[in-house]
Design a protein around this ligand. Structure first.
Ligand SMILES: *Cc1c(COP(=O)(O)O)cnc(C)c1O
Length: 379
């Protein structure tokens, strides 16, 4: 089955009692048993819920994976993965990581004796140099946020296999429409479903997709034991969002290209970060592992002054200034004070993240209107 057909049909089936075509919202905490232990596969909704089960199956199918696990937020999904580790274990990750992941790693799990190394992962020799015999997890996010570096997933997988470590890819920016990391050697794919997957800025959720049965069992254990599971209403919203994922992503990519090209040609713009440009340093890897280049773009105005960036952000009419990304509506953000404020200024600068950088999540409005908005805001 091709991607668009799967987005609409995979994992879901009409309700057996009524024929309802849409997955019902099973708003129930418990399930009646005929005799002790004699039930229909559902006992308690933290453990299993039919709306969540269908969403998990749909998610697994989109990534060509075997098992899906849904969580209350993307952070709860990440938290569940890190729980696979023991004190003394080491993790290698990228130095322009999502701010919330960086915070969870350094402010929470470092206190539990897990060691994190942050390296520029688009340079695989830096990853190899950070490997020790205690490396248990390699955490890739690609394209990175907000600098849109592209990390070679197949190469990272080779390093992970040699080190005996598991490879995780945070695929939130790409979605399975653009890239399917399990097929490139990843052991786990992780999502903030809040973004492109749900796509309508109306819910917060996360997921992990895996192929390996044993890994799935271990993650399911923590999913249930720690309890960061989503409610059925949120699962329904994500299921509805997934049905248009391919159509939305196609438009995000088309608009992304138009906006990126407009910005690149603008005399007041110093630098545009977008992996679709042929002169992007990681363009060759992006073209190899991604099916298109997405709608996330960052840019810096000439002069690299934070005051100018703030004026531009205040002037936007369509690019609403807000945290988050991946919804149908365009958003703008200032990583240094918003999404990446939890990363120390020194670390940000080391990673090349300027305090005047503006990040855009290009929505699916008409591109002409988006470009008019950029014109008036940049001036
Ligand atoms: C938003 C985001 C997360 C965290 O997900 P939540 O749903 O906000 O908990 C993790 N990784 C990336 C890349 C994100 O953009």
């Amino acid at each position: 089955m091709k991607f668009g057909t799967k987005a609409i049909h995979a994992g879901v089936h009409p309700d057996p009692t009524t024929g309802a075509i849409m997955t019902p919202i099973y708003q129930t905490s418990t399930y009646v048993q005929r005799s002790p232990g004699d039930h229909k596969g559902f006992e308690y909704s933290r453990t299993h819920n039919p709306t969540r089960s269908q969403l998990q199956d749909a998610l697994a199918a989109l990534d060509n994976g075997k098992h899906g696990l849904a969580f209350a937020t993307g952070m709860a999904a990440i938290d569940c993965i890190v729980k696979l580790l023991q004190p003394g274990d080491e993790v290698i990750s990228t130095n322009d990581l999502y701010g919330g992941s960086y915070r969870l790693f350094t402010k929470v799990y470092q206190n539990y004796g897990i060691k994190f190394h942050f390296v520029p992962m688009h340079d695989m020799t830096a990853v190899e140099a950070a490997v020790t015999e205690r490396t248990k997890l390699i955490w890739v996010e690609t394209p990175t946020n907000p600098l849109l570096n592209v990390i070679d997933i197949a190469a990272a997988s080779a390093v992970a296999k040699k080190a005996g470590a598991l490879l995780v890819v945070d695929n939130t920016f790409s979605t399975p429409y653009l890239q399917t990391p399990l097929e490139l050697g990843a052991d786990m794919v992780m999502y903030s479903l809040t973004k492109y997957m749900a796509g309508h800025s109306d819910t917060v959720m996360g997921a992990v997709i895996v192929n390996d049965d044993e890994l799935h069992q271990r993650l399911s254990f923590y999913q249930n034991a720690c309890g960061g599971t989503p409610g059925p209403q949120d699962c329904f919203l994500v299921l509805r969002g997934l049905k248009t994922l391919h159509v939305r992503m196609q438009r995000h990519c088309e608009n992304g290209r138009k906006v990126a090209e407009f910005l690149k040609a603008h005399p007041k713009v110093e630098k545009v970060y977008w992996p679709g440009f042929e002169d992007h340093p990681n363009h060759a890897i992006a073209a190899k592992q991604m099916r298109d280049f997405g709608g996330m773009i960052s840019f810096v105005l000439k002069g690299d002054r934070q005051e100018d960036a703030v004026v531009c952000l205040e002037k936007f009419q369509l690019f609403s200034l807000a945290e988050s990304l991946g919804g149908v509506e365009s958003l703008s953000g200032h990583p240094a004070t918003m999404t990446h404020a939890s990363i120390p200024a020194e670390e940000r600068r080391k990673a090349g993240l300027s305090d005047s950088l503006i990040r855009l999540s290009v929505g699916i409005e008409d591109a002409e209107d988006l470009i008019e908005d950029l014109k008036q805001a940049i001036g």
